[in-house]
Design a protein around this ligand. Structure first.
Ligand code: GAP
Length: 474
């Protein structure tokens, strides 16, 4: 499925490797015309969903001065264990050398990794020579002087905490979001959008009173897949997971459920979505607990959202380093707020959505992306390029566009080919103007998901509320 999606994405204009006329450079991808629409719709779903919980948003620079990352710990600790083959000069994440050599034990630090490489013959995955050169590799890009490209959007929010808190009239909980680019000098970029060097993040920082780590009440009914680091995968409600002590706070449980709901609304299948808790030695330097939302593609689980309990780690460090107070006072109590952070990787979500949505019908691709995030909602066609049919189809297209911009007009090729093209790019409905239209003002509406066709009156078509209830929800 993964290979099929990457091929479809390039051919149909969703995404493709960047700079290909110069041979391509690993870890960079462009979004084409349909990918831009799909990505924006995913981001809109994320944003509107957090607005329901009162989120406010920020847009801060990509280029960030060194003191920010000295304070946040990224300068000293945002690194991967890397390995270089001295013979063929290939570079790898140490983790992938271990996987290639079928080693299950992951060393906790550089010393342990070096010890392991001296005790065990670790083969280079490319040339088979012994790997001995292991080192720490900082993932941040230094741009010039004392500036770095941000590896996460979160620090922009932390350094602005005081201004945002004042804007929020000194109230907690406060939810702040930022959608933007993250940059990481990944040692081995891979699998198109999975591990990029420049990627799209939508991050949420929830600031809470550490003595009241609660948010809205938890629904009781919905079971989700959770894999705690202490045992097997469970089908469990977040309420139960919290009550059993698997999740550290009520607020954390709320944002796990929120993430499940957002991903489902985007179109990730609940049976192909789970939350996996990090082992203690797997956590980022700032986290006291982390759960990854993972999506399933071709029997492999990929992290698509990381949810971390960042405690007061970042605000505390920025307070000590900058001298600016991050301490707040609520009802005579002074404290530095705690942070829960659901961090969404939009590229991985988009890829997972496309891979999970692709089906074949009669040997042809059908991309069953949900209506709200599909690049186009409707395609309008004249049955043939005859003047009277074209005129009517253009009239319908222009009128519908006044109410819904996500509409495409197509008159090229046979009607069967046009249906197939729209099925493959995920357009839920095709509207065809034919000779009967000229007689009785009705058109054919064809559903992508069932290939069923219905005739309806043009006036009804232009009433989008009607078409949504009549066709979409059936
Ligand atoms: N602020 C926390 C943070 O950045 P993360 O788990 O490193 O946490 C969050 O990243 C999400 O960003 C991940 O779940 C993933 O979807 C996405 N992401 C991280 N690195 C990526 C990369 N190199 N390429 C594509 N997406 C990436």
């Amino acid at each position: 499925m993964y290979d099929d999606i990457v091929e479809l994405a390039k051919r149909r204009g969703f995404f493709w490797p960047s700079f290909s006329i110069y041979g391509g450079f690993a870890g960079f991808y462009d979004y084409g015309p349909l990918g831009v629409l799909l990505k924006d719709n995913i981001i809109r779903t994320w944003k509107e969903s957090y607005m329901e919980d009162g989120a406010i948003f920020l847009d801060s620079p990509n280029i960030t001065p060194e003191p920010v990352f000295r304070a946040s710990g990224h300068l000293a600790r945002f690194s991967d264990l890397a390995a270089e083959c001295e013979k063929c000069k290939s570079k790898f994440k140490f983790e992938s050398v271990l996987a290639f050599n079928k080693q299950d034990i992951i060393p906790a630090n550089l010393e342990e990794a070096k010890e392991m490489a001296s005790d065990t013959y670790l083969k280079c995955p490319v040339c088979g020579s012994r790997i001995t050169n292991i080192y720490d590799f900082n993932l941040m890009y230094k741009v010039s002087g004392d500036y770095y490209l941000r590896p996460e959007t979160a620090q922009g929010i932390f350094v602005n905490f005081k201004l945002l808190f004042n804007y929020n009239r000194g109230k907690l909980p406060m939810i702040v979001g930022q959608a933007g680019k993250g940059f990481r000098n990944e040692i081995s970029p891979r699998q198109s959008l999975i591990r990029l060097r420049e990627f799209n993040q939508c991050e949420i920082e929830v600031f809470l009173d550490p003595e009241n780590l609660e948010f809205k009440s938890l629904y009781d009914y919905k079971k989700i897949k959770m894999k705690p680091n202490t045992g097997e995968e469970l089908d469990i409600t977040v309420k139960e997971a919290f009550e059993r002590g698997l999740i550290s706070s009520q607020a954390f449980a709320y944002f796990v459920l929120k993430t499940q709901n957002i991903l489902e609304n985007i179109g990730i299948e609940s049976s192909k979505l789970r939350f996996r808790q990090h082992d203690p030695d797997e956590r980022a330097h700032y986290a006291s607990d982390s759960w990854d939302a993972e999506g399933l593609i071709d029997n492999e689980w990929f992290e698509i959202v990381g949810i971390a309990n960042r405690t007061d780690f970042d605000l505390n460090n920025h307070q000590s380093s900058s001298g600016e107070t991050m301490t707040t006072k609520i009802e005579e109590r002074e404290f530095i707020p705690y942070v829960i952070e659901p961090s969404y990787g939009i590229d991985r979500i988009l890829l997972t959505l496309m891979a999970q949505s692709l089906e074949t019908r009669d040997g042809k691709n059908v991309l069953k992306i949900p209506y709200p995030v599909a690049p186009y909602h409707f395609a309008v066609f004249p049955l043939m390029k005859k003047e009277n049919l074209k005129e009517k189809a253009e009239y319908i297209y222009e009128n519908m566009k006044k109410q819904d911009k996500y509409i495409v007009y197509d008159e090229a090729g046979t009607i069967g080919k046009r249906y197939a093209r729209q099925d493959e790019i995920g357009t839920p409905y095709c509207i065809t103007v034919d000779y009967q239209t000229l007689e009785d003002n009705t058109v054919t509406v064809r559903s992508r998901d069932t290939a069923e066709q219905k005739r309806i009156k043009i006036e009804e078509l232009l009433d989008l509320d009607f078409i949504n209830s009549y066709i979409y929800k059936k």
